[in-house]
Design a binder for this molecule. Structure first.
Ligand code: GLP
Length: 267
């Protein structure tokens, strides 16, 4: 794991966008794994800006989102499809036909949707870079605590904590889905590289468990300790409970000088 602590959320988003930009320069037809949530919004804003300045193109890119609500039509402004269109896809040159979410039509068997999603990811050649946020309870995608560490795309029931955390995004009379289809933890671990962003003090506890706690299904993000290329971008508030902070800062400086000397390597 490479842990990088930056001054604030804005820097986190800017660096996230820079890393995505580097990948797309090296590999314009990269397969991106995308995420929703409020943390990603600033990252998408930076990527849109880079695109508008002519610094990055998504024309050849394919994308797979981590998750989608179950029982919400795509046109519903709360669907993750609407979020992605609104916040990102409509402002860049990606071919919308190459953007995928694990969406389940009314009456469709969600189990088959999960199997088909896995097949599509494999057919695209696998995910080069998976972006993600972190739930306050340590979830990644919608893999809630106790999710199998070997899981694949399937339906998950959201925990009360997640429903409460996300209720701020729904008005009082609006239907808040309690089920979602999410990439599994094994699906996420198959990505060739991972970029997780976490900002704000509400993430300090799950961040310390993810990085310095035991690998456990009770903190699904802790599985990233087993990933060969996982980069964690944090702001000061989210890094507040880390014990090895000095080491991460020092190691990051070493990695930067290696990068300046030898460039970025994308296998
Ligand atoms: C949601 C999403 C996750 C996201 C997490 C954190 O439940 N399914 O993919 O990472 O919440 O969201 P936020 O960035 O809004 O804190």
């Amino acid at each position: 794991m490479e842990v990088i602590v930056l001054k604030n959320a804005e820097r986190v988003a800017a660096m996230g966008a820079e890393l995505v930009g580097e990948l797309l320069h090296a590999r314009p037809a990269a397969v991106l794994g995308l995420a929703t949530g409020s943390t990603q919004l600033a990252l998408y804003r930076h990527l849109v800006e880079r695109h508008q300045n002519g610094n990055v193109s998504f024309r050849q890119t394919t994308s797979f989102n981590l998750d989608e609500y179950l029982g919400v039509v795509a046109e519903n402004p709360q669907s993750y499809r609407s979020y992605m269109d609104r916040e990102f896809f409509e402002h860049i040159d990606i071919n919308k036909r190459n953007t995928f979410l694990p969406f389940c039509e009314d009456g469709q068997n969600p189990r088959l949707v999960g199997i088909e999603y896995e097949r599509k990811i494999r057919k695209a050649g696998g995910i080069d870079l998976q972006l993600m946020g972190l739930g306050a309870n340590g979830h990644i995608g919608f893999n809630e605590p106790s999710s199998s560490l070997s899981s694949r795309t399937r339906v998950k029931t959201l925990t009360r904590q997640t429903l409460k955390d996300n209720s701020r995004l729904f008005s009082a009379d609006e239907f808040q889905p309690k089920l979602a289809i999410t990439m599994g933890i094994a699906t996420i671990m198959d990505a060739r590289s991972i970029l997780l962003l976490a900002t704000g003090e509400s993430k300090a506890d799950p961040v310390s468990k993810m990085i310095e706690g035991p690998v456990t299904a009770m903190c699904p993000a802790s599985i990233l300790q087993m990933h060969e290329r996982a980069t964690i971008l944090l702001d000061e508030a989210a890094a507040a409970e880390l014990k090895n902070r000095d080491y991460y800062d020092w190691a990051h400086r070493q990695n930067e000088s290696l990068k300046n000397r030898f460039g970025v390597f994308h296998d």
